[in-house]
Design a protein around this ligand. Sequence first.
Ligand code: KIV
Ligand code: ZN
Length: 512
Amino acid sequence: MENEKQPFFYDITLRDGNQALTKPWNTQEKAVIFKYLLKLGVQAIEIGFPGSSEMDFEACQYLASITPENVVAAGLARTVQKDIDKAAEAIKTAAKPRIHTFLALSDFHMKYVLQKDPQDLRKMAIDAVKHAKSLMNDKGDVQFSVEHFGDCKDNIGFVIDTLQEIVEAGATTINLPNTVERTRPFEFTSLVRQVYEALPKHVTIAVHCHDDLGMATATTVESYFAGARQLECSLNGLGERAGNTNLYEAAVALYNNGVNVPLNLHKIYETAMIVSEMSHIPIPIQAPLIGPDALAHRSGIHQDGAAKTKGMKKGAYRPIQPSLIGRDDDEKLAFTSQSGKTAVYEIISKAGYPISMQEAIRITPKIKEIAEQVGELPTRNIIDIYFKEIFKVKGAFNLIEFVKVRDSRYRLKFSYHSKEYNIEVAADGPLEACLSALKKAGFEQKLLHYEQKAIDEQIKGVSADAMTVIHLMAPNGENIICRGIDQSTAKANVKAIFNGLNLIEELKNKGK
Ligand code: KIV
Ligand code: ZN
């Protein structure tokens, strides 16, 4: 193995994954997945089980012929001569062919399934490895798997003795499958360590875990630290029953723990999408790393932490930067009744609409109220509420008309509760006119800040040319941010002031 310390990724999608599909892939389909495996940079690919069908034999022949020189092309074979011959024939054009032969050595399987004497089975395995080795010559190599290794706790002595002979017979990789996941990761890795310590150091120890109890990634990752260098994994975790160790999870878990992972991790996401499409197996919404919700935050606390650590290498509530695996979607903030102001602020800003945190805080209860009834709110619903609550603040003040009567003279018509006011003033501009008319009517306002914004880039999909942002001082000293939009700047100013008046009134009503 080139680098003793680096994990060696041996992909089993095209064999264990393929055999679990309702319609196994043909040569062309396997070739598509194969190319993605090369882009990811796996070091070895189990291209199939040539003895299982003519179709798979042909697929293996083709894939072996296009396997690059630095990648191992392995064919699976039972410990029977005709299978081994078939595998050798199928992979012979690869630069690095490997025959992978296997036999169960657990007491249970030998007694009830194989129904043979352990010593006879030991001989069968040794003979098979010798035969495979003779066919590989110096060009290729031989891998032997102890099927059901996870069940071998009670006869581990017998297994280790057998493996020592198997190594002498020519196997250079010994694979220890957790064929059915029953054991705790700790117990399994203790067995891996025993084998690792008992065999010569030139032998590569591999693990191949199934995910029956959902612990395959954990077992694989811990096995690496117990001496297993070759990690057998599959794309999207495809494999028999509940699948095999998911390659993305194992690779990223090792990466996150400081291991030098020799894969192009940024190819993970696009690979996952293709594999899902080609296998017709959808990616669960919450699948680690690749699921649509794997980087989504719905609770207010999580959203706050996510926003504060956005763009940082370590995120408060995420295992990776999305770009590490080639995801171009940001950490998603989704709004439910459990969400808060940060989500409102982020969702609206991300959608391209201007909002301040003060405004986000103000409109959050209204959005929450609706989310309580309907569940997660799509962005467009949040934007609708934003428009209503920011630009059309309802309340006691109601703007009826604002017009320029003649040079420097303006008329403001409005109602406060049911009382109507019709006031004419002289002023240098519309903003001053509106404020002085309000003062005349007994509603003096203190203007703290005034800003005009170019609207076309600021507000998407709104037919308005001007947006005014005004800060008014509420009687309690609070700085109230209010906005107005309209075709005319003058009207945008006045609308902003009336939105502000209603906001201040709301504060007063709440006793603030
Ligand atoms: O799960 C298993 O034991 C296997 C072997 C053939 C390696 O897939
Ligand atoms: Zn398997």
